[in-house]
Design a protein around this ligand. Structure first.
Ligand code: 26W
Length: 809
């Protein structure tokens, strides 16, 4: 195969050549968008060679392959990370420099694929990067949404959602694979009949067909041969335009059927930790799950023929939360109806092939589909679910020696006219895992305790991770350079070796350089913010950051109330001083989540209240970073001094933002929840601020039902003043009632114990203020955080998945 060389000179030539051929432009005349496409396509050429070679190699190898199914992959931009993983960054840097290309501007031209909501989607993307970098054969599978998560605008102090048409200028990284197109069927009727040999068979007819067309994006491993694929399925009607209708002038009728099919891959649901039983969502889940499994079976047969008994040795289907859980009945269906296997044989294969990760214990996030919807939309799948359920309940009745044991209804796949996806996934997967140690315990002791008693060996906990290639090497090049100058490059392939930085805590010159990198990133962020939304922040101040989806359980309100209390102190006490702080919030609220949107309004109102006061302005600044996404996170994480991780203990399954901040040297302010606990274990109590109730206390308090927020309101006068300021016109003088629902929710319900934990939070914040003034102490803390963050690389996470669950070579 001819391989193009990619030294600096060839890169320069290639970029100029692309602009000439595709745009008829010289470098001088080309727009940044055109230059971006030219640069990207040179990288793409390079990747293609590797990708082809890898696919050839894969065909010959008889190894096991992972299909990682996820309704979200929040990949972020690809250009720089691809260059990095190809280890061409130095050549590209020089080539662009010599051509006079401003690489920052060019990289920023790439639209970010916003194909995810938050943690679950970003985790899937980090996993893909680590799988490829560890040379493990895997295919990520999802939907090619035409519109990703909405773009957030702040207008008149409120969130406004704008569609995200990320494909408008084309996607430089994807490749359609038309030969793998397949059909997905909805609706219709099932006829049962018997073959001569007595086997029961099913005939599905009168269904609607949707075509699934795959588009693959390469996932390049760091400094290795592996290039895996992220496969995104697009929906299309198989019918050509209805010409009769078209010719008779009924254009809309002619279009209708096509559009109904294509709508399946139109838009990502903007929901995160909140479930709604929308039919289109069920269609989406079945769409990409069915297409993926059809492909997995086709690929298996191509590699191994029809001996399905070895299927579980050659294929692992991992389902990222329950959303792709229909993989279970779909694989049953394909094995029985298409391949002719019997139930027991098919069930045995499925039980040894599918593994499931749970990402949330929030009851309102657990998927339940109305049986009626399932029956009408997916009649054959519904039959299989019923049979799975019948067999499960029979086994449980035997186990409990009682067909009416109350546990059976709790564990059933179909009960009370609903299909319970988590029960399906737990009962039929060979592995069920939580995403942090605490989360794993809660799953075993609470959420899935009945299942766990029967099959404890199935359950495990694997703490999440983040790819240090994107979140440190790409996002924070100055710190990366300092680390490498100090301890060499070994940490890049073995991130736990970041610990070698620990002794340098005592080295004043090193601390100084570490601080310079932080300072540089704070300035870079200030410039970015100013250019993007006109806000001015001062890099001299402490950056105190909370960036994550907006949710009551994540308790942005705790942070907001604390700022109001600080404001109160400044107003009331003329002698009060503190370290000047910039509070930065980044958060999208689900469009239908009213209180979450009100909380955004409140944060913005607090910022305005402070701006109105000359003295408060000296100490406090609040900015709301619009449209928080992967690209802005890459600017934000390296700039943060303090990382706010405030969830009510027991509710945040893991958190991964906490790891990104830590790796970039921010100190955590957090509850003993999710992975915060493990960050605490790594850095020790002197290098983290822990506050608030522990998860068992929260659990007990909830069960008792005796919690009274009004009692706290009555006894904490600072807090009472802050709460009153929400509704007395101090916060929103234009209309004092604007935020009254937040006030009422806190005072009369407070389901996530904001008031309860406030005192402890506020005390911990006083310590932060004091410690931040002690530069040596603070810098030792930040260095410690980076040094101890290696264990949170997703490389470690993926190794654990592979050792305990997948067993890929
Ligand atoms: C059906 C609606 C819906 C959509 C998404 C329900 C639930 C989800 C996700 C499971 C929510 C989610 O993203 N969970 C987050 O997963 C991260 C990766 O494991 C964890 O770090 C976060 O703690 C968890 O909230």
């Amino acid at each position: 195969m001819p391989t193009t060389r990619f030294d600096k000179e060839s890169i320069k030539e290639a970029i100029i050549g692309k602009l000439q051929r595709y745009n008829g432009k010289t470098l001088e005349d080309a727009t940044n968008q055109q230059i971006y496409h030219a640069v990207a396509s040179t990288v793409r050429d390079q990747i293609m060679q590797k990708w082809m070679a890898y696919k050839e190699k894969e065909k010959k190898e008889q190894g096991k392959k992972l299909y990682y199914l996820s309704v979200e992959f929040l990949t972020g931009r690809s250009l720089y990370c691809n260059i990095l993983n190809m280890t061409s960054q130095e050549n590209y840097r020089l080539a662009m420099k010599e051509l006079g290309i401003d690489y920052r501007k060019v990289f920023a031209e790439e639209p970010e694929p916003g194909l995810g909501n938050g943690g679950l989607g970003r985790l899937a993307a980090c996993f893909m990067d680590s799988l490829a970098s560890l040379s493990l054969p895997a295919m990520g599978c999802t939907i090619r949404y035409e519109y990703g998560l909405f773009r957030q605008k702040i207008i008149d102090g409120r969130q406004v959602e704008v569609p995200d048409s990320w494909l408008e200028n084309g996607n430089a990284w994807e490749m359609p694979v038309p030969e793998d197109t397949c059909e997905v069927h909805y609706g219709g009727k099932i006829e049962t009949y018997f073959e001569e040999n007595g086997n029961m068979r099913f005939y599905h007819h009168d269904y609607q067909t949707v075509e699934a067309i795959p588009y693959d994006m390469p996932v390049v491993g760091y400094d290795c041969e592996t290039v895996n694929s992220l496969r995104m399925w697009r929906a299309r009607s198989p019918k050509a335009l209805d010409f009769d209708s078209f010719n008779s002038g009924d254009y809309f009728k002619a279009m209708k059927e096509q559009e109904l099919a294509a709508v399946i891959s139109k838009v990502l649901y903007p929901e995160d930790n909140h479930y709604e039983g929308k039919e289109l969502r069920l269609k989406q889940h079945y769409f990409f799950t069915s297409a993926t499994l059809q492909y997995a079976l086709k690929d298996f047969k191509r590699r191994f023929g029809n001996d399905f008994s070895i299927f579980p040795d050659k294929v692992t289907i991992h389902i990222n939360d329950t959303h792709p859980g229909l993989a279970i009945p779909e694989l049953m269906r394909l094995l029985m109806d298409e391949e002719g296997l019997g139930w027991d044989e098919a069930e045995n294969i499925v039980r040894r092939t599918v593994a499931y990760t749970n990402h949330t214990i929030m009851p309102e996030a657990l998927e339940k589909w109305p049986e009626k919807m399932m029956r009408e939309l997916l009649p054959r799948i519904y039959m299989i679910l019923q049979e799975i359920n019948r067999r499960l309940c029979a086994r449980l009745a035997e186990e409990y020696h009682n067909g009416f044991d109350p546990r059976i209804a709790r564990m059933a796949v179909t009960a009370y006219d609903m299909v319970h996806m988590a029960n399906l996934c737990v009962s039929m997967s060979y592995s069920v895992n939580g995403v942090s140690q605490l989360h794993g315990e809660i799953l075993k002791e609470d959420t899935f305790r009945d299942f766990c008693k029967l099959e404890p060996e199935k359950f495990t906990a694997i703490t999440n991770g983040i790819t240090h290639r994107r979140w440190l090497m790409s996002a924070n090049r100055m710190l990366t350079g300092l680390i490498t100058d100090t301890i060499g490059t070994g940490w890049i392939k073995e991130p736990e070796r970041l610990r070698e930085l620990l002794p340098y805590r005592d080295d004043a010159a090193f601390r100084e350089k570490f601080d310079q990198a932080k300072r540089h990133n704070k300035e870079r962020f200030a410039a970015f913010l100013k250019a993007r939304q006109g806000d001015i922040v001062d890099p001299e101040t402490m950056y105190d950051v909370q960036a994550k989806r907006l949710h009551e359980y994540k308790r942005q309100l705790l942070n907001a109330l604390h700022i109001m209390v600080l404001y109160g102190r400044i107003k009331d006490d003329p002698n009060f001083t503190m370290q000047p702080r910039t509070f930065i919030f980044g958060a999208k609220a689900s469009p239908a989540y009213y209180i979450a949107k009100q909380i955004i309004r409140m944060i913005i109102s607090i910022g305005r209240m402070i701006e109105r006061d000359e003295r408060a302005r000296k100490y406090l600044k609040v900015v709301f970073l619009e449209n928080y996404d992967v690209s802005s996170a890459e600017m934000l994480m390296p700039a943060a001094d303090l990382s706010e991780q405030l969830s009510t203990a027991g509710y945040e399954a893991s958190g991964t933002g906490n790891m990104k901040f830590m790796m970039n040297g921010a100190v955590t302010m957090g509850t003993m929840d999710g992975a915060n606990i493990e960050i605490y274990d790594q850095v020790g109590q002197d290098n983290i601020y822990i506050f608030g109730m522990r998860s068992n206390t929260v659990r007990d308090l909830k069960q008792e039902g005796s919690y009274s927020p009004t009692h706290i309101y009555e006894t904490n006068s600072e807090l009472r003043k802050a709460l009153t300021a929400i509704i007395d016109g101090t916060l929103t003088p234009e209309n004092p009632a604007t935020l009254q629902d937040i006030y009422h929710s806190l005072l009369f319900s407070d389901p996530y114990f904001v008031l309860k934990d406030f005192g402890s939070y506020s005390m911990a914040q006083r310590r932060v203020d004091k410690d931040y003034q002690d530069r040596e102490k603070w810098l030792r803390m930040t260095v410690t955080n980076t040094a101890c963050s290696g264990i949170f690389s997703s490389d470690r996470t993926i190794r654990e998945y592979n050792e305990r669950i997948w067993h890929l070579k």
